[in-house]
Ligand binder design. Structure first.
Ligand code: NAP
Ligand code: SF4
Length: 683
């Protein structure tokens, strides 16, 4: 069974229980934890991952008490009644041969509510609520709540708990002096600051006995000023081991850190070296995390001795069968997480149920299913962008006879351009995945074929799905036609797909998602930092915590100089990039700032001249200014392409419209894949 991945698929004997392999499904908030009425959905979601072979699952965080809430009425496990409500979840996982632990998460000063508590009365930069400083009795009450929560977790059928000791939550707030100014037994010396987690773990072990998994999530790299030194981290690791923890998981970066830790531009397995440093110092198994998204990366981390287990959260949203496919030698069939955050973390932050851009079934297992059809139909899908690919492959999987027509020679549509942007290399995995799915599902593909309505009608399809996509919008700007003729004005397709040459000074018109991607593309040269860990660390100012507390390099970020001088412009007022993803927009903005990209809002485009782009900023009375640029790149949105629709409908064909052909505005791959999959599930 172990085949290509002998380490990944090796069982892990914890003494009182043996995990079937080295894959831990890491904790992630899905939005289904907050109401017991959603627990049947949560049970189905976890059961599918257990069925897919995951060794040990960790739930999203549950607060042990009201003070530890993420937000008012968010997930909490604090009563026997609540514990009973969890039983269907644990039973569903056990029925599939899996194991599951409950994460106990006390947010401390990150709690988005007025009852938040912390070591000291110091507000975090990412919360409007100033926490109450806990009294000594208050600290004891928090510990009791952790222990009680663990006890209730066992009553609920969980195999263990994970004590969340990282990402800047309550326990971290006790560990570092910046947030812990206490003068009592819980502050001051290292011994006192780490007393809270040590007491929590030792009292849980004492109360629950030897045969209960306790994972402790240890902050290896705080990435905040005055973070823990490596000596502090190791001292805590030893104390937690002695207190009775079963496994040590790795935590990377407080939530308030301004360095990306899981975004797609972070190198794969980019923090496993820290877990390796930890592993050399402790006797219990350790778990590596962050940006581990393929069996190859996971196997390499285990094979070189960096860790005993690997944690993956988002990759298991993307593909519940990750482990099973790896074990069967079908890794190419894995729907790889591209670390975009668009449907998982961005949803969680918007209080929406999480899902996955590449797998819209994630967290919707009870409502979106691709069941075999009883009435196979002949379906034409026109367009092999994300919407068309998702639709065609799900239709074919369900047993329909599908012909997929694509005018280009390759699949992927707009998505192929995203894959060319430095820091978005992962996007090519989705293209690979769909290529494999087309073959596996027996979809008939016709590339390089621009079908006409007549051709489609002549073939007598039962259903025709139009996924013909979009064309770049050409704005009305004086001098644009001449600029286009001179080759001075290009659109984003010219640059990203056709690789047309771009000058040293560039103005980008339109600061939406594609404008930002374009800026990123134009300022980089050479190897992408996403593919070179040392370069990435220099770019963001990350160092070994043995050299600087918290792992922040004393010299700060050292980005490579920009390849070009770039202006990024928008007509509307307000912060450029405000519409980008909640959890990734700040990274794009910070990255472009490091590359000295000048962003301008409230811009009026007066005209394009051979000397550059003339703009006015500041309204009618604002001054005109000539941006002396060699190239102007249009990233001004898209218009739908739906020429085929009218003649097909006129001829009485059954026509469906999806993706950009349906609504071009704010089209993204998430909506395209979701719409394509949902339609395919219905036909
Ligand atoms: P977009 O987000 O709609 O942005 C288009 C930009 O062009 C806007 O900044 C708009 O701003 C400007 N614009 C529109 N019409 C114009 C006109 N007639 N003249 C001058 N400027 C005009 O579209 P996009 O950037 O093409 O992105 C398409 C979709 O892909 C979006 O949904 C986007 O979220 C998604 N995407 C997301 C990411 C990501 O990182 N998450 C990356 C790439 C794409 P003003 O009107 O203010 O000038
Ligand atoms: Fe991964 Fe993006 Fe899916 Fe989240 S939405 S699980 S980051 S592919």
């Amino acid at each position: 069974m172990a085949g290509l991945y002998p380490n990944l698929l090796a069982p892990l004997d914890l003494g009182f229980v043996t995990l079937r392999n080295r894959v831990l499904m890491g904790s992630m908030h899905t939005g289904l934890e907050d109401r017991a009425s959603d627990f049947p959905r949560l049970a189905a979601y976890f059961a599918e991952r257990a069925r897919g072979g995951v060794g040990l699952i960790v739930t999203g965080g549950f607060a042990p008490n009201v003070a530890g809430w993420v937000s008012p009425f968010a997930s909490r496990l604090a009563s026997p009644r609540a514990a009973r409500q969890h039983r269907p979840i644990t039973a569903a996982v056990h029925a599939e041969g899996g194991r599951i632990a409950l994460q106990i998460l006390h947010t401390g000063r990150y709690g988005y509510h007025p009852f938040a508590v912390s070591a000291s009365r110091i507000r975090s930069p990412i919360s409007p609520f100033t926490p109450f400083a806990l009294s000594a009795a208050g600290v004891e009450r928090q510990i009791d709540a952790f222990v009680r929560c663990a006890e209730l977790a066992r009553e609920a059928g969980y195999d263990g708990v994970e004590v969340m000791g990282s990402e800047g939550y309550l326990i971290n707030q006790f560990l570092v002096q910046g947030t812990n100014r206490r003068k009592d037994a819980w502050g001051g010396s290292l011994q006192n600051r780490m007393r809270l987690p040590v007491e929590i773990v030792s009292r849980i072990r004492a109360r629950l006995g030897a045969d209960f998994i306790i994972i402790y999530r240890l902050s290896l790299l705080d990435l905040v000023p005055n973070g823990q030194t490596w000596d502090d981290v190791i001292a805590l690791a030893h104390a937690i081991e002695a207190a009775g923890a079963t496994l040590l998981n790795s935590g990377i970066g407080w939530h308030e850190a301004r360095i990306p830790t899981i975004a797609t531009s972070v190198p794969r397995g980019g923090f496993a070296w820290l877990t390796a440093q930890l592993r050399a110092q402790v006797g219990i198994p350790v778990i590596a995390t962050n940006r581990i998204n393929t069996p190859e990366v996971a196997e390499a981390i285990l094979a070189d001795g960096s860790a005993d287990m690997v944690s993956m959260a988002r990759p298991l949203l993307a593909d519940p069968d990750f482990v099973r496919k790896a074990a069967r030698g079908e890794a190419a069939q894995i729907n790889t997480c591209i670390a975009c955050n668009q449907a998982c973390l961005d949803h969680a932050f918007q209080r929406k149920v999480a899902s996955c851009l590449v797998n819209p079934r994630a967290c919707h297992e009870t409502e979106l299913n691709y069941l075999p059809t009883r009435q196979p139909r002949r379906v034409a899908v026109v367009g092999a962008g994300m919407a068309g690919l998702a639709c065609a492959t799900v239709l074919a999987e369900r047993g329909h006879r599908v012909d997929l027509f694509e005018a280009a020679e390759t699949l992927g549509g707009q998505f192929t351009m995203a894959a060319r942007v430095p820091g978005k290399e992962e996007f090519s995995e989705t293209l690979r995945y769909f290529g494999e799915r087309l073959i596996a599902t027996g979809t008939s593909t016709h590339f390089g074929v621009r079908v006409s309505a007549e051709m489609l009608l002549a073939q007598g399809f039962d259903e025709i799905v139009l996924a013909t996509g979009v064309v770049p919008r050409i704005p009305a700007i004086a001098g644009l036609a001449e600029g286009l003729a001179r080759g001075q004005v290009l659109n984003y397709v010219d640059v990203l797909r056709h690789q047309r040459p771009v000058g040293a000074r560039v103005a980008i018109i339109g600061a939406g998602g594609i404008g930002f991607d374009m800026a990123e593309y134009l300022v980089h040269q050479g190897v992408s930092p996403a593919l070179d860990r040392a370069a990435w660390q220099r770019e963001w100012g990350v160092t070994n915590p043995t050299l600087a507390p918290g792992g922040l390099a004393p010299e700060g970020a050292q980005p490579e100089p920009p390849a070009r001088q770039v202006f990024l412009l928008q007509r509307s007022q307000g912060k450029p990039g405000a519409g980008l993803g909640k959890t990734t927009g700040w990274i794009h903005r910070a990255s472009l700032k490091m590359k000295q990209v000048q962003t301008l809002a409230g811009v009026e485009y007066v005209g394009i001249e051979s000397a550059g782009l003339r703009i006015r900023v500041g309204g009618e009375r604002g001054e005109e200014r000539l941006l002396e640029v060699d190239t102007i790149v249009l990233c001004t949105g898209q218009e739908p392409l739906r020429d085929l629709e009218a003649p097909l409908r006129a001829a009485g064909a059954s026509v469906h419209r999806i993706g950009g052909a349906d609504v071009a505005a704010e089209l993204d791959a998430k909506r395209a894949i979701q719409q394509g999959s949902q339609l395919a599930a219905r036909i």
